[in-house]
Design a protein around this ligand. Structure first.
Ligand code: URP
Ligand code: ZN
Ligand code: ZN
Ligand code: ZN
Length: 480
């Protein structure tokens, strides 16, 4: 046979096109696209079903050390298994530097955590928390050259945040070496001041997490990050944008010709701050605590509009897996702990694609090409994996998903494959779900069965992100 596998009569979509083709796969890559391709050792008849590039989750946290006694429930095995069962074939978790630690030590530690565990391919973003002269002058440039070409910085959280001067210094390194900086934009002092006042008044319940981080806190930090990016003349990407006020800042930046990219996540489409206020026996409030917090119902539509109109380039899960039960999860400080002592973040690796497909594409809000761009292609371009990942093209990895559509299902945590004991999306309807996930030509999920194996996933060094390639001259005639 000419191919290892042929997928026949696929209804393919890329970020640009929709077309019908047979897909011929050899040695884990797409070897041919056409009609009436020669035989494969194995054949799958897609019979006109959608076949899309495997999802790339550009933002998830796996086995990331924490500082408050909590422990993430998903390691590289359970996290990537869950991703594969939801149609994701590449993940970008974070190698997080502890203050006082070298970046290199953080990267080495993180490789050890992944080693032998991942069942799909993975790359790392770095988190820079300690921008020492050594990190800025030597470590970061060396790591960028080795394929760690994107890093996240924080404007809030005491153990993670950089000062404004450090942010500018990191942006300058990114500009010089062509890396992409991801920014968590919330104003730390506003949050600290509000939190202190709320707690002093005995307002400790989960709902006050949202009151401690109102939209203006995100709007101000987003604007400040945009200003620093303009100053340094470097593109940045604002992560987990929650809604209207931050989106207005993105539009302001776009109208001024600035290269500001942005990500949003399922929690801002499917949850509201009211979910934090549900103080039932089930502790739904604590389960939905994440930062920035979900906003009100009207805001969900604003985020949908942003996805549709191009305010956002990337749709990620921000999977941050803390269990509800047990001493190292959401109630690591006790079940009556105040909101500021509940670990931030919610799980979402497995449900990201089906939620957007069902409520975005099948409702007509997004085109299939927009869906592919937001969930795969743009992620690969933004973080240096394109064209190996994120498209259906000859020479690309055979990371593909065949979709079932027209379903009448609801999300149930008992159907998911992560190690978290809840999903914030319990009971939400989905009309589409991956029927089959291929990772480099191997079936890792089929008809409800996980078929992957620990350790088959490969680490991917990243090229320089397309939008961040160094330019010959600073724009605007800067003299520095
Ligand atoms: O609440 C969140 N998003 N937790 C995950 C960490 C982060 O800031 O992305
Ligand atoms: Zn963040
Ligand atoms: Zn995150
Ligand atoms: Zn909080």
């Amino acid at each position: 046979a000419e191919f290892d596998l042929v997928i026949r009569r696929a209804r393919c979509a890329t970020a640009a096109d929709v077309f019908d083709a047979d897909i011929g796969i050899r040695n884990g890559t797409i070897a041919s696209l056409g009609s009436n391709l020669a035989d494969g050792v194995e054949e799958i008849d897609a019979a006109g079903r959608w076949v899309l590039p495997g999802g790339i989750d550009g933002h998830c946290h796996l086995d990331q050390p924490t500082s408050d006694g909590s422990k993430m429930a998903d390691d590289f095995l359970s996290g990537t298994r869950s991703a594969a069962c939801g149609g994701t074939t590449t993940v970008f978790p974070f190698a997080c530097q502890q203050k006082g630690q070298s970046l290199r030590a953080a990267v080495d530690d993180y490789h050890q955590r992944a080693e032998g565990k991942a069942c799909i391919d993975y790359a790392f973003h770095l988190i820079v928390t300690d921008a020492t002269p050594e990190v800025l002058a030597n470590e970061l440039p060396a790591l960028i050259r080795e394929g760690y070409t994107s890093f996240k910085i924080y404007m809030t959280y005491d153990d993670l945040k950089l000062s404004d001067r450090e942010i500018i210094d990191v942006l300058a390194v990114a500009r010089e070496h062509g890396a992409m900086v991801m920014v968590h934009a919330e104003n730390a002092d506003c949050i600290a001041w509000l939190t202190e006042r709320l707690l002093a008044h005995g307002h400790t319940a989960p709902r006050y997490h949202a009151e401690a981080r109102p939209m203006l806190v995100e709007r101000e930090a987003t604007h400040r990050a945009i200003a620093y990016a303009e100053l340094v003349d470097v593109p940045i990407l604002i992560v987990h944008v929650s809604g209207r006020e931050a989106i207005e800042q993105l539009r302001w930046a776009h109208s001024h010709g600035l290269r500001i990219y942005a990500e949003t996540c399922p929690q801002y489409l499917f949850l509201t701050a009211d979910d934090l206020g549900i103080d039932d026996n089930d502790h739904r409030g604590a389960k939905c605590i994440c930062s920035p917090p979900p906003r009100d119902k009207a805001n969900q539509q604003v985020v949908w509009d942003g996805l549709e109109s191009g305010a956002f380039q990337i749709f990620s899960s921000d999977h941050a897996p803390f269990t509800f039960a047990g001493p190292q999860g959401k109630f690591t400080a006790g079940s009556e702990a105040s909101f500021d002592r509940i670990p931030n973040g919610i799980p979402g690796l497995e449900t990201r694609l089906a939620l957007l497909f069902s409520h975005g594409v099948e409702t007509g809000r997004l085109t299939m090409q927009q869906f592919v761009a937001l969930t795969a292609t743009n992620v690969a371009r933004m973080y240096g994996l394109y064209p190996r990942k994120g498209s259906i093209a000859v020479g690309a990895d055979a990371d593909l998903v065949i979709w079932d559509t027209g379903l009448d299902r609801r999300i149930r945590n008992s159907d998911l494959h992560h190690n978290v004991d809840y999903t914030p999306y319990e009971n939400i309807s989905v009309t589409a779900w991956p029927a089959l996930t291929l990772s480099r030509g191997e079936v890792v999920w089929r008809d409800g069965n996980y078929l992957g194996s620990a350790g088959r996933g490969e680490f991917l060094p990243c090229a320089l992100p397309e939008p961040a390639r160094p330019k010959p001259q600073p724009s605007g005639g800067n003299t520095w």
